[in-house]
Design a protein around this ligand. Structure first.
Ligand code: SAM
Length: 205
């Protein structure tokens, strides 16, 4: 069976490559809003990779870390704080209670999915978030001509190495806002090609 979005083969190089191309910008985008979290918050991290953000979550009540790659999870466990529960699973297949979490964090995770899967992912995130819960997203977006070329090159690379599901980068911000979320805060990096945003879940009844 062909495994999509399979990062096991590039676990050892992923962080190195990200740093080589973007310096510390991806990391800065991923940790941007974490100091606004409350000690009473329950957090779900999706596709957190090697766990670089975990040390910034040591003060919250609990963290559920859902990561599909066994090798990434192994790395993340090395220096994780005690409040983290590791789940090695596909987020779309793992059962989570409705309205059970204060914050969902997606660090360079949503860009992996093809449009239909992305709809499912966003629907599930909205379902597990409590009323007025937050969604933190760090990811890419097209801005300049150069950003488009670089992002296309990255998709070609990840298609070969990880069999990434998405064929191209979806307009993530637009799709998130079209669901039950509204903007809270925004940080653009590298001419806006990298963004970090906090959204609030709203009821649109
Ligand atoms: C592009 S990497 C980002 C890693 C990390 N967040 C970072 O910024 O360095 C995407 C991560 O999502 C994980 N992943 C892919 N599909 C997943 C799924 N369906 N459920 C949970 N994790 C998934 C991959 O194993 C990989 O570690």
């Amino acid at each position: 069976m062909v495994r999509e979005n399979d990062f096991d083969g590039i676990t050892r190089f992923y962080d190195f490559m990200a740093k080589l191309i973007f310096w510390d910008r991806l990391h800065r985008a991923s940790i941007k809003w974490l100091d606004t979290l409350n000690t009473s918050d329950t957090i779900v991290v999706l596709g957190g990779g090697s766990g670089k953000i975990l040390k910034y979550l040591a003060h919250v009540k609990s963290v559920i870390y859902i990561e599909k790659s066994t090798k990434m999870i192994k790395l993340a466990k090395v220096s994780a704080p005690e409040n983290v529960q590791f789940i090695c699973a596909d987020f779309l297949k793992y059962a989570l209670k409705s309205e059970s979490t204060n914050v969902v964090i997606c660090p360079f995770f949503l860009d992996l999915f093809a449009p239909i899967q992305l709809e499912e992912v966003l629907k599930k995130i909205a379902r597990i978030l409590k009323k007025k819960g937050s969604l933190f997203v760090s990811d890419f977006q097209y801005t300049t001509w150069w950003s488009k070329q670089l992002i296309k090159l990255m998709y070609a690379f990840f298609r070969i190495t990880t069999r990434i599901s998405a064929r191209e980068l979806a307009p993530l911000d637009k799709l998130i806002l079209a669901r039950t979320f509204e903007n809270k805060t925004y940080l653009p990096l590298k001419d806006g090609m990298i963004f970090s945003k906090a959204y609030t879940k709203v009821n649109r009844d």
